[in-house]
Design a protein around this ligand. Sequence first.
Ligand code: UD1
Length: 421
Amino acid sequence: MDYLEIKGGNKLSGTVTISGAKNAALPIIAGTLLSDKPITLTNLPNVVDIRTLLKLLTMLGAKVSHNKTVATIDNSSINSTKAVYEIVSQMRASILVLGPLLARFKECEVSLPGGCAIGQRPIDLHLKALEAMGATIEIKGGYVKAVAKDGLKGAKIVFDKITVGGTENIVMAASLATGTTTILNAAKEPEVVQLCEMITSAGVKIEGIGTNELSIEGTGGKALNFKEVEIIPDRIEAGTYLCAGAITNSSITLTKVNHQHIRASIDKLEAMGCSFELKDNSITIHPTSTIKPVNLITLEYPGFPTDMQAQFMALAVMAQGESMIEERLFENRFMHVSELNRLGADIWLKGSISAVKGVEELYGADVMATDLRASSALVLAGLVAKGTTKVRRIYHLDRGYDDLEGKLSALGAKIVRKKEA
Ligand code: UD1
């Protein structure tokens, strides 16, 4: 197994290019199943999760050609509608094939993803919505078996809770349904917006894009014909590099970013004392030598993203004073706390709330990555910790960060990937 060895204390400088958003690319790749014509996707991040989903499509019979950031997917010869456990268990987002497969082929089987390190993460809301659209759903042998013999029908869906994946699955299903589907309490994350825009580019009418109320007029079963899609920049990767600049007290520039999408991270970094220079699609962070403490609560977009919570906690560890961080979206998303404490942090945790007392210094140690964003928080802490930090189980990082150690090294960090002896 690989691990990252980081020698802390180096300042960073220079420019880093932000990759395409993993969380935008995944639903878009699943959404290609709504089409029987080839489609090209560009600006894909070169990460394991993308390769996993492309592998799943290949297993379903798709013809895929993929080279790092570009993939052409031809779903004209799909010959299986079963998403097997071996793939779904590697990546929960595989559940995103449920809506498009059911809509296009009127039946499918998708393995239940089960829990994950950051909580239970059920898919009950996806299933309830598909049932409202006329699907019969059965759970058997660890699989969701969904059938809609006469095709899906438009329906009024009210999500009890805002769900990104649930909204994406239902938007995809609704685009081939008969009649109009309305989704109330829909997610409005930029990744949901890009999926909706891809579908409208194929002629489907969607109203309310970017709001909590969507209305989708389905094609009545007719497959879609998409135009080429360029994946939007990754707002979480961008936020992570801004935190890298802030924690190392370094001025760095990020290119290929969408300022609007990273507003919540910019606002919190400003509250912590950093300032910014924004140009077309780039942003330069001017850090502060005395980081101020911060209070933050994770929320749905445009609120502060749960996917940035761990990285801001690493930063709060180096602040002068006490920060409060509340996690509202996932019940178990604080596993980085004990690992950060191993590096010398002083974090107290009760339920969904943590109090982070700033410390003068961190000291390098061996730490274990537990999930994708927790891993990047440990890397950030390692960049400032005295001595050497070894971050193990970095397969989590490889799932979602495109060449993290390459990009950080190019900025001047001392970080190398090594193999366990
Ligand atoms: C997506 C992102 C993930 C991010 C999360 C929240 C992708 C591939 N992943 O995950 O990085 O952290 O949004 O911004 O885009 N829930 C239910 N029942 C359901 C569905 C969800 O109770 O049927 C709950 C979840 O357990 C969680 C909350 O709703 O507490 C939000 O989850 P959701 O928005 O669905 O997250 P994902 O789409 O899985």
